[in-house]
Design a protein around this ligand. Structure first.
Ligand code: FMN
Length: 140
């Protein structure tokens, strides 16, 4: 038994944000079955997602996700062993980030306001998880 947490970014292909509803539906169904939890954030055509669960299940799901033609340029930011889940309430939570969040979260705005800034996020260890946790709490 080994619990891991994987965080990656990717780009939506095209501009059909309606795809996201279908992605979430199958994510919730599959993740419940596979013991995965996590959170998906969307901003200006980019995704930031965290997946957590048993290593085999996380890796198999991530491999499947990488094959999905609805997005591209998947880049893993971190894959780490964790002692407990950070997103245990969500088979797959979802938030779309917009101008209201840029205004209310000036500390994090540079990382998401024009889509996720992968280089800036990579240069600041912990910031991806902080944003995912912040939005998973539903207070903002
Ligand atoms: C951005 C993004 C996030 C996704 N997240 C998940 C996920 O958390 N779990 C999952 O099973 N599938 C996820 N998918 C969908 C998979 O790529 C794949 O379509 C799905 O797992 C296939 O299962 P199904 O045949 O039951 O729909 C995601 C796809 C995209 C584009």
């Amino acid at each position: 038994m080994s619990l891991v947490q994987l965080i990656y970014v990717s780009d939506l292909v095209g501009d059909n944000e309606a795809e996201i509803a279908a992605i979430l539906k199958s994510s919730v169904r599959n993740n419940s079955k596979n013991g995965l939890t996590g959170m998906l954030l969307y901003s200006h055509g980019n995704f930031l997602q965290v997946l957590e669960g048993e290593k085999d299940a996380v890796d198999a799901t991530y491999q499947r996700i990488c094959q999905d033609a609805r997005h591209r340029n998947t880049i893993v930011l971190t894959e780490e062993d964790v002692t407990q889940r950070h997103f245990s309430n969500w088979s797959m939570g979802y938030r779309q980030l917009g101008p209201e969040h840029v205004a209310s979260l000036p500390k994090y705005a540079p990382y998401f306001q024009y889509g996720f800034d992968t280089s800036a996020i990579k240069a600041k260890p912990g910031v991806a998880l902080e944003m995912l946790e912040l939005f998973s709490q539903g207070m903002i």
